[in-house]
Design a binder for this molecule. Structure first.
Ligand SMILES: C[S@@+](CC[C@H](N)C(=O)[O-])C[C@H]1O[C@@H](n2cnc3c(N)ncnc32)[C@H](O)[C@@H]1O
Length: 250
């Protein structure tokens, strides 16, 4: 029996926190046309596997061998191992990878979800993804939202760290690893447009999902509907945990 595809818009099998991202992707990925998708920093396949279940061919680029091994296992278990390819590599250096595999026309859809926070240079990464798309191709970008991070730190009882984040300083300067970047909506749109992409409207990701007590007993379907309603509405979207924009290559 063929695997049952997930329904990205109602998404029983998909996390509520990414409901707004799936809703934005829905017109592209649920249209019935198989797409070539490039998921940069796709990790263990939280997006790649559901997309492959919808019939799309997904190439995941990630530097983590562990994440790629998990991806392969998840894809095989879901019965879509033939539609998911993992490539070990860096988003800053996509041009060094065998992305084309007999296709010259470029990818239909790029994903860059929760990756610009950690790459060496977000502008380079987004430029590399843009060049891998076909003209008219789309890219979905998710980043951490600085305002959401400030509130999360403050509500977690860390006012000094919250203030540091607000002032764009490292909240934990003593550690050796560089701090994860956080973005304002203006930062995100400037990056996307700087890469030569046309940005759609930005939305908030996980406006309330991360704030909800797991023991609240709230109906997940109702939380999902609320997330979708808040994602495009200020002031709620302004304090979401993440930001999302869908952009196109002219
Ligand atoms: C927070 S996870 C996001 C995973 C997935 N995109 C998602 O939204 O569920 C960040 C991922 O970026 C990967 N990563 C870290 N540095 C990277 C780089 N320079 N280029 C591409 N991916 C990178 C990590 O290995 C990890 O899988």
């Amino acid at each position: 029996m063929p695997p049952t595809p997930p329904d990205p818009s109602s998404g029983e099998q998909l996390p509520v926190r990414t409901a707004a991202v799936w809703a934005a992707l829905d017109p592209l990925v649920a249209a019935g046309t198989p797409l070539r998708v490039l998921d940069v920093g796709g990790g263990s396949g939280g997006f790649a596997v559901p997309l492959a279940r919808l019939g799309h061919e997904v190439t995941v680029v990630d530097p983590s061998a562990d994440a790629l091994a998990t991806l392969e296992r998840r894809a095989r278990t879901a019965g879509v191992g033939g539609r998911v390819r993992g490539l070990q590599g860096d988003g800053d250096q996509l041009h060094e990878l065998p992305l084309d595999e007999g296709h010259d026309e470029g990818y239909d859809l790029g994903l860059c979800h929760a990756v610009l926070e950690v790459v060496d240079d977000p502008a380079t990464t987004l430029g590399e993804i843009t060049r891998a798309l076909r003209p008219g191709g789309r890219v979905s970008v998710v980043t951490a939202n600085r305002a959401g991070a400030v509130l999360t730190r403050a509500l977690g009882g860390h006012p000094k760290e919250a203030l540091a984040l607000l002032e764009d300083r490292d909240p934990v300067p003593a550690r050796t690893r560089p701090a994860r970047r956080r973005f304002t909506p203006a930062d995100l749109l400037a990056l996307v447009e700087g890469a030569g992409l046309r940005a759609g409207e930005w939305r908030g990701v996980a406006v309330v999902a991360d704030l909800l007590d797991t023991a609240s007993g709230a109906d997940p379907a109702a939380v999902r509907r609320l997330e979708l309603a808040l994602a495009g509405t200020s002031p709620y979207r302004d304090v979401a945990a993440g930001l999302h924009v869908l952009a196109s290559r002219p």
